[in-house]
Design a protein around this ligand. Structure first.
Ligand SMILES: [Ca+2]
Ligand SMILES: [Ca+2]
Ligand SMILES: [Ca+2]
Length: 332
């Protein structure tokens, strides 16, 4: 009995040591035998081959295993399976149903600890995300008794080598009195696999609001840049906001390099609702918000619509009311 206990303790200790020797990047429940896809997240570029492993950790008496691994056939092709020492075995790739069926053959001393069982080679055939789902898994110990275990799936993201995109345009206000201004936040994202340096231009219809050069973004990162639209030189009217990044070298997905997102109206100062006349409707909007701010009990009142801050000084007060009054009944 003592011998069995000490052997078990030794096995558990070994399992711990071996598990810690493998940099698996996951926090597993202590001593829980885990069959997992490694790495959990794989990022690959289109039309390339890549390899993922199916590995095990915290096992103390493994002599055989089998599993299915499913994938999205629209995104990936499975090419081959390589068994890792000391295992060998057979496999079946079903490209129609989208799975790899793996079955080991191994008669030898039990495997203790963990490590790679097989490596599976895939080809990335189209952009998108494919799960790598382990199911119908079975692990056998040296008495051919199933070993209780859990599984952890993986995921593969297939991305373009070069792909930048404009993802949002967010003006502080969309109705601006002529002579005043608004900040416009434009977010760009590097959806490709490489660091890119590029230029971003923001237009109000055909008029350039600004151009930012030498924007450098690592793969997968995004940044928000702030333009300011000054309206002094604009005619009254409705302008379409368009942000544009010229394609970077090697870029094929160019549809997302241009984003058209709503409008900005340049109007008479005091026109809050953007109908190009300053009248009772605007006065009502201003008055209502002014009253809310004046009488609202703590905590602070809700933020008013930026359009009600006619002079763009960040507060709603008598100064806005004066501008509205000066332009009473003016229209475009
Ligand atoms: Ca793009
Ligand atoms: Ca109005
Ligand atoms: Ca104001």
């Amino acid at each position: 009995m003592e011998g069995i206990v000490s052997r078990t303790m030794l096995a558990l200790l070994l399992a711990c040591l071996v598990a810690s020797a493998f940099n698996i990047g996951e926090v597993f429940t202590l001593f829980e035998t885990t069959l997992y896809v490694d790495p959990p997240v794989t990022q690959v570029t289109l039309n390339n081959d890549f390899t993922i492993d199916v590995s095990i950790t915290n096992v103390i008496d493994l002599v055989a295993f089998k599993f299915y691994l499913s994938y999205d056939t629209a995104i990936l092709d499975a090419l081959s399976v390589v068994f890792q020492f000391p295992f060998d075995g057979v496999f079946e790739i079903n490209e129609t149903a989208g799975y790899v069926n793996v079955e080991s053959i191994y008669i030898g001393p039990p495997v203790i600890g963990g490590g790679r069982l097989v490596s599976i080679i895939f080809h990335a055939v189209s952009l998108g995300t494919s799960p790598l789902h382990l199911y119908n898994t079975e692990l056998l110990d040296s008495s051919f008794t199933p070993i209780p275990h859990v599984t952890i799936d993986g995921v593969v993201n297939v991305i373009n080598p070069h792909d930048v995109a404009v993802t949002s345009i967010a003006p502080w206000k969309r109705v601006i009195g002529k002579g005043f201004w608004t900040d416009i936040r434009v977010t760009v994202e590097n959806q490709g696999a490489n660091t890119e340096t590029f230029t971003l231009t923001l237009n109000a219809s055909t008029t350039v609001i600004g151009t930012m050069t030498d924007i450098t973004l690592p793969s997968g990162e995004s940044t928000t840049l702030i333009f300011t639209l000054y309206t002094n030189d604009f005619e009254y009217g409705t302008y379409t906001l368009i942000a544009y990044v010229p394609p970077v070298s090697g870029e094929t997905d160019t549809a997302d390099n241009t984003l058209t997102d709503g409008t900005a109206k340049v109007t008479i100062p005091g026109d809050i609702n953007g109908d190009f006349i300053v009248n009772i409707q605007d006065a009502s909007l201003l008055g209502a918000w002014w009253l809310i701010i004046l009488i609202y009990p703590p905590p602070p009142p809700p933020a008013p619509p930026p359009e009600a801050d006619i002079n763009c000084d960040g507060v709603i007060n008598i100064k806005d009311a004066v501008i509205l009054g000066m332009n009473w009944l003016k229209h475009a």
